[in-house]
Design a protein. Structure first.
Length: 110
């Protein structure tokens, strides 16, 4: 979990945002089973919501806000570094979770 938090902080997101912990949990779920990324709304948000005692809609909104914060802080360059390719626009929640899960998987193998 530490590498997830370090990666999020490297993109400029801090724990003052509710989406920080929710996004970290969503990434951990994706790392455990990447098939769940096929439908984030039905597979990941409810699980995060249950653990965080909130609603799936709140999780979706908080993660979206967290991604926007990361985008403002690190921009195309930070996202492109994580994605391993050029990122020219802000990714969707599912794209971002997938991007970070992929980065963390590859980062841990080095």
């Amino acid at each position: 979990m530490q590498i997830v938090y370090e990666t999020l902080r490297g993109l400029g997101l801090t724990s003052k945002y509710q989406g920080y912990h929710q996004l970290a949990k969503a990434i951990m779920i994706a790392l455990e089973n990447d098939d769940l990324l096929l439908n984030v709304t039905k597979n990941i948000y409810p699980e995060v919501a249950k653990e965080m005692h909130t609603t799936p809609q709140s999780v979706e909104r908080n993660i979206r806000t967290a991604i926007e914060v990361c985008w403002r802080q690190s921009g195309e360059e930070g996202f492109s570094r994580i994605a391993g390719c050029k990122v020219e626009k802000i990714p969707t929640n599912a794209e971002f979770i997938d991007m970070l899960a992929f980065y963390i998987t590859n980062h841990n193998e080095r």
